[in-house]
Design a binder for this molecule. Structure first.
Ligand code: GSH
Length: 231
């Protein structure tokens, strides 16, 4: 048949870019990876492929761009449906749950963590951290109910919600180390703690996610940049 051309535009530290990397690996799809420079200038290909948001990741399949990380993961699941495990659950209700919780993670929980990380106001920070912690408790309950005693949100193997939330756990762990604060706490979220370790030590994941220490260094650099920009 036709030779498939698969290209991924990303940056190594982006949790969003980790998502298609995990999905492509699960499906054993070979691809070219292009590292963008978001601090310098974005490539023409990125600007042309994602003119609305101008963000990574972008997947180019036979030159046709697909954007938004979770949308890309779904596309990969549907396009390479016969190779590798299914990423979204097969039952419509399970699929709906996976989509609901991944939307919660991206549009409610992570934005709160972002506010907590960047706001200068102590009040706003405290309020955002409360939201982050409450969200983690809700995710703990979601995990217990969705995984039904199995190792992952996706059951026996990594699925859609594991990819969505797990990619952000890399950043969460780095932040814990950087700020010496505990976010995933054994006593409040015991199942999520175990899930996170299981996720990070999974063979597929280990091969595509950056080392936590490298992300910690990156967060330090970001802080230095932010401070020199502010002064
Ligand atoms: N909702 C998007 C997704 O899921 O793909 C978020 C992607 C995103 O925020 N990407 C960041 C980016 O490309 C890198 S972590 N930022 C460049 C910019 O904002 O100009």
């Amino acid at each position: 048949g036709d030779r498939e051309e698969v290209k991924l535009l990303g940056v190594w530290y982006s949790p969003y870019a980790i998502r298609p990397k995990i999905a492509l690996r699960l499906k054993s799809v070979d691809y070219d990876y292009v590292e963008e420079d978001l601090f310098g200038s974005k490539s023409e290909l990125l600007l042309k492929s994602n003119p609305v948001h101008k963000k990574v990741p972008v997947l180019l399949h036979n030159n046709k761009p697909i954007v938004e990380s979770l949308n890309i993961v779904e596309y990969i699941d549907e396009t390479w449906n016969s190779s590798g495990p299914s990423i979204l659950p097969s039952h419509p209700h399970d699929r709906a749950l996976a989509r609901f919780w991944s939307d919660f993670v991206d549009n409610k929980w992570f934005p709160a963590l972002r506010v907590a990380a960047i706001t200068k106001s102590e009040d706003a920070k405290a309020k955002a951290m409360e939201e982050v912690e409450e969200g983690l408790l809700q995710l703990e309950d979601a995990f217990v109910s969705i995984s039904k005693g199995k190792p992952f949100f996706g059951g026996e193997a990594i699925g859609f919600m594991d990819i969505c939330f797990g990619s952000l756990v890399v950043l969460l762990k780095a932040r814990e180390k950087f700020k010496a604060e505990k976010l995933l706490d054994e006593s409040n979220t015991p199942s999520l703690c175990k899930w996170a370790d299981r996720f990070l030590s999974d063979e597929t994941v280990k091969n595509v996610v950056p080392e936590i220490d490298k992300v910690v260094e990156f967060l330090q650099e970001l802080e230095v940049r932010a401070q020199s920009a502010a002064s």
